[in-house]
Ligand binder design. Structure first.
Ligand code: G4P
Length: 534
């Protein structure tokens, strides 16, 4: 049951019950553990430990790559769907390592909200801050989970102050911790006047919930030691005076975050957070597109590709395009228009990523994420509709910040390398530039770890060892202008010109001075650091 009425009463109930979100956090804050508990409560897995088990079970889920197994980091993002109470949750996984990739940004274009997990002892860490800034660009609603309260943690007011100050967002306590570390007993649920008491004996047990009648209820004396109870009363009174009260509208506008305290590993506070996502989190939101926005309640189906993953199963050279459904009620077998090529596409084998497995998606509603296996037709930023020409907006392609030359270990395999690189470029895993003079390719990435990921994937998936080498260039800019102006520019600057996988002209350079010079000498040309994916 919704605690608060839907703010979009026009939505069909199947859409209104959907919550599509990502978890943002700094590595080690507990994202994997929390995900696992979500799935446990969502009935998607039977036993805790399946997600983070370091054996086979874990590998079959989101760790498709050797590198991930080796390093224990989740380099690729995936989507998981599960039901919780009356809600359907779609959790889109964001890469959690400290290196940044465009995947992360794009993932956040496919969700309506984010859960920010912080470690109670460490507060807001660098990666959380970066990801938060990306969410803010889109005013994404954010729900916060302060984890590891079973360990020595910082003072509750300190944590809240730090979030308010560092992230410039109002914080309202949805729960208040009772004791910390060894003394952590549970939380007082500030929104429902309840006590949630943690069971330390059984990590997978849902906390005991005790309804009370305010903090003066005599029942409390039996449940909480006197010193902790006194502290709780004082703190909650202060919190009520000093901190803003919960306002769903402010949450939906991205100006306020409710915070829950808990311990993911002890399954504590997780159910309350899930209740919060369901009751207060946003329903599927309208998606920005050209020439008009797409509303989820529209009866015609539309969706956009925010991620492409190649070779998910090395035995079958398939690619899966992850599509965020923007509107309507999709049914398997539907024929949709692939707007970029204007060609019809029969979607006969869409998959839904239930936590334990891929499954054929017989249907999907606005808000859902489905995977469409394909042979390369679907690219990031592509839109699928029932015929209308609509283009998803706001899926960025970033100018790479690091460039390196790449060569096949075996020079006879150059053609194979080209094929592999083109595939990764289409997948959005890297930018690939073919210089107009000379041989070889230049690969551009946003974070250094991406080179390693790319190298190991080319070797693993194509059996091609590769070598990266320093490039004379450090920056790439897409060249825009009318055809003649671009031609003239290309002819005069051949040694700087290359082409990306779409054949678009890219200016490569080492010096900001060059970029300034082009802007000065070629008023008909614009150089841009990003290119919207189309
Ligand atoms: P991440 O995905 O955000 O990187 O974090 P992950 O869930 O992997 O958790 C990081 C570490 O923190 C893990 O310990 C995990 O067991 C621990 N952890 C998660 N939630 C809690 C909590 O509520 N309380 C406490 N005390 N610890 C928690 P590890 O030693 O790195 O891994 P493992 O040996 O336990 O597998």
């Amino acid at each position: 049951m919704l605690d608060t009425p839907s703010n979009r009463p026009e939505l069909p109930p199947e859409i209104a019950r959907r919550r599509t979100f990502a978890i943002i956090s700094h590595p080690d804050a507990g994202k994997t553990t929390l995900t696992e508990k979500f799935l446990l409560y969502g009935g998607a897995i039977q036993m805790a430990g399946q997600v983070r088990a370091k054996g086979e079970a874990r590998r079959t889920r989101s760790d498709f790559m050797q590198m991930e197994k080796d390093r224990g980091i989740s380099v690729s993002a995936s989507a998981m769907s599960f039901d919780f109470k009356s809600f359907r949750f779609n959790l889109v996984d964001t890469p959690g390592h400290s290196d940044f990739s465009e995947d992360t940004y794009r993932t956040l274009t496919a969700v309506d909200a984010a859960v920010m997990v912080i470690d109670g002892a460490k507060g807001v860490e660098s990666q959380t801050q970066k990801l938060f800034e990306v969410c803010r660009l889109r005013d994404l609603p954010i729900l916060t989970f302060c984890n590891k309260m079973d360990r020595e943690s910082r003072d509750t007011f300190d944590i809240i102050d730090e979030i308010q100050e560092n992230l410039a967002i109002d914080v309202t306590p949805a729960s208040w911790p009772i004791g910390v570390g060894r003394d952590f007993l549970g939380c007082y649920d500030m929104l429902h006047d309840r006590l949630e008491l943690m069971d330390r004996a059984d990590r997978n047990k849902v906390a005991e919930s005790v309804s009370i009648n305010g903090l003066d209820d005599p029942k409390l004396d039996e449940l909480i030691p006197a010193n902790l109870l006194e502290k709780l009363r004082e703190e909650v009174e202060m919190a009520r005076e000093l901190l803003p009260t919960f306002d769903r509208q402010a949450l939906l506008e991205g100006t306020m975050t409710p915070i829950w305290f808990g311990s993911a590993i002890n399954s504590f506070g997780v159910k309350e957070l899930m209740d919060g996502i369901g009751s207060y989190g946003p329903e599927p939101q309208p998606q920005q597109a050209d020439p008009r926005q797409i509303a989820p309640e529209e009866t015609k189906v539309a969706g956009f590709v925010f991620k492409v993953q190649a070779n998910m199963d090395p035995k079958h050279r398939d690619r899966v395009a992850f599509v965020r459904m923007a509107s309507g009620h999709f049914k398997r077998g539907m024929k949709l228009t692939h707007v970029r090529t204007k060609k019809p596409m029969a979607i006969s084998n869409p998959v839904l990523f239930l936590a334990s497995d891929r499954e054929l998606a017989e249907e999907a509603w606005a808000g859902d994420i489905i995977g469409i296996p394909n042979h390369g037709q679907l690219r990031i930023g592509d839109t699928l509709t029932e015929g209308e020409v609509l283009r998803a907006k706001g899926i960025p392609s970033f100018a790479p910040e690091l460039l390196q030359g790449v060569r096949a270990g075996d020079p006879m395999k150059a053609k194979h390398l080209e094929k592999a690189l083109m595939q990764f470029a289409e997948e959005g895993a890297a930018k690939v530039f073919k210089p107009s003079i000379g041989s070889g390719f230049i690969v551009g990435v946003v974070g250094a770890l991406q080179f390693e990921v790319l190298g190991s994937r080319i070797e693993l998936e194509y059996g091609l060892p590769v070598r990266f080498e320093a490039s004379q260039f450090t920056s790439a800019r897409w060249v825009h202008g009318d055809r003649l102006a671009v031609e003239k520019f290309v002819n005069a600057n051949k040694q700087h010109i290359s082409y990306d996988h779409d054949g678009d002209v890219v200016y490569l350079t080492r010096l900001q001075w060059d970029i300034d010079r082009v802007e000065r000498d070629y008023p008909d040309i614009t150089l841009s650091a990003t290119k919207e994916m189309m």
